[in-house]
Each structure stands twice: as C-alpha cells, then as structure tokens.
Design a protein around this ligand. Structure first.
Ligand SMILES: [Zn+2]
Ligand SMILES: [Zn+2]
Length: 306
C-alpha cells in the first residue's frame, strides 16, 4: 500500500491555489519525496506529515519547478532537523543542476549535510524486502528524464490457523516455512510450505511520471498499475502549445491510463490557465477513475481498491 500526499500540483509557476509540483509517497514507514519544487518544505509542514524519515528524494528531471526547493530543504535539515544525510536520485542533467545549487547552500559551515547523489539509469534503483523501485526513461525537454515504478513483491500469506492445526509452533519454524523451507516437527512429521501458505497475492504497483512530451514510453512500465501519477499540463484545445513545450494534455494522460489498464489515474502539474474541473471533465470522459489532485490532497494506492 502506498499513501500519497500531493504537496504541490501547479506547472512551471505557483498560483494562489497551487504550489509547484512535489509529491510525498509513504510506504511501510519509509518516505519518498518525488521532485522538490520551491516552497515544498512549507507544504510538508502544512500536510501535517513532517520531515521524519524523509531521506530519499527522486527527481523526474532538472527543470527548476521540480528542483529549486532542495536548497531550502537541505538548509532546514542541515540546521534544524535531526537529518544529516539524504539521497538524491535523478538523471545526469538534474543531478548536475542540483550539485550546482548545493554549492551555494553548503558553502561555509552554516549548513552541514551529507548528500549522496545517485545518477539514475534505466533499471532497478532500489531493491528491498518489501519494495523495488525501477526507473524508466521518458521524453520531455532535455535529456535524462525518468519515470519511476514502485512495486511491492508478490507474496503468499501465512495461514496461521492451518499452522495451528498442524501443530507448527510459533517462532523460527514458521519463519522457515514462510522462507520456503520444509520443516520437521519434533514428532517426526514434515510440513511443507504449501501446507501453510495461501495462494499468491500480487503486490501493489504504483507508477510516478513527471513532465512528458508523449505517453508511448509510459505504456509498458505502467501496465496494470494500481495507481499512476501523471502530468496534465494542458487540455486538448491547447494541444499545439502542449507539443511546443513538450507536455501532454489531460486527454492524452487519460488515454494512456486506459491503454495501460491502470486502475486509478492521478493528475497533477496543472497549468495556471485552467481550473481542476476542466482537467477532470476532459480526463474522466475517457478514463472515469481519474483524480485531479489539489495541493495537500491525500490518497491511498492499494491493490484491489480505488
Ligand atoms: Zn514542470
Ligand atoms: Zn519540465
């Protein structure tokens, strides 16, 4: 299960209602910040979620409306919060730009912070017991733009009642069965994992895409995702402007979600020229399960719900 908090939902520049784009993702107590627009740290405070355990930041690309907030966040972390090390993931373009920004922030002794810059290449970035994060390339303006797939593993639930009936004691024996080992009980009977593990349950798949010029690159990575976050900078009536600035329309995002068999689509990065209702009307006509995010909206992405 992934919990989303849309910290900012505006494209390029803020409006009175919307800050620029950043999204906080919470999974199993871990927090991931996706992009970090100017003003993000105040949005985090307003969300009520705070800075705790926020050590990994993933950048979709190097445009200023996605990275400028890193200066402020690092300054605050380095002086006031008990966070002394963060990881910043991004394509080379984004990383180079953020390194330059950090030269200003970390000059002198005022701010002390260890930053690991991790240059993203297509493929697996993070592989942990309960989560794999994979990057895939997308087209926008500039090189090194990425989308991210957050995938929980497929699991077989442990059937405690069956284990009880079979006389498997609580403790290491049960852990070994979950790990796929056959065990022998003290009375000599053996118990195989199949006797105490249920049918396979697929983990939740969540996909995050930043600014994009076309949706072709998203189709396969987003296939059958439970949740897909995507930009909807323009509406179809302004498709020519979308092409010019290498963005997409709400209709194109919705068509992508439909073609990729996604369960729920979340739209963000909305141009100041529109209100949410215009974006929603256009997208929902094609893909009804669309949620147009406003600042500080929260949502849950979980297999089988939404
Ligand atoms: Zn942008
Ligand atoms: Zn951009």
């Amino acid at each position: 299960m992934f919990e989303l908090c849309f910290l900012g939902t505006s494209a390029s520049a803020p409006s009175i209602e919307r800050n620029m784009t950043s999204t906080l993702i919470v999974h199993d107590g871990q927090r991931f910040l996706l992009d970090c627009a100017e003003g993000t740290q105040r949005q985090i405070l307003q969300s009520g979620l705070g800075f705790k355990e926020m050590r990994r930041i993933f950048l979709t690309h190097g445009h200023l409306d996605h990275i400028l907030g890193l200066g402020g966040i690092v300054s605050t972390f380095g002086r006031w919060e008990a966070i002394s090390r963060i990881e910043i993931y991004g394509g080379r373009w984004a990383i180079d730009r953020v390194r330059d920004l950090m030269k200003v922030v970390l000059r002198g002794k005022e701010v002390e912070m260890e930053i690991d810059f991790i240059e993203v290449k297509p493929g697996v970035l993070v592989r942990e017991k309960n989560l794999t994060i994979t990057a895939f390339p997308v087209l926008h303006r500039g090189s090194g733009c990425f989308g991210y797939v957050f995938q929980e593993p497929t699991k077989r639930p442990f059937l405690a009642e069956r284990a009880e009936e079979l006389g498997v004691p609580a403790g290491p024996e049960r852990r070994r069965l979950v790990a796929g080992e056959t065990i022998t009980l003290t009375d000599g009977r053996s118990v195989t994992p199949d006797l105490v593990l249920g049918a396979q349950v697929q983990g939740t798949k969540f996909v995050y895409v930043g600014d994009i010029a076309r949706t072709d690159e998203v189709l396969e990575p987003a296939r059958d995702a439970d949740g897909l976050v995507m930009e909807a900078t323009y509406i179809a009536a302004d498709e020519a402007i979308a092409r010019q600035f290498r963005h997409i329309t709400a209709a194109e995002a919705a068509q992508c979600a439909l073609a990729a068999n996604v369960n729920q689509l979340f739209l963000t990065h909305i141009s100041r020229r529109y209100n949410g209702a215009q974006i929603r009307a256009e997208a929902c006509a094609i893909f009804p399960n669309t949620f147009v995010a406003n600042d500080l909206d929260k949502a849950v992405v979980k297999r089988g719900i939404g």
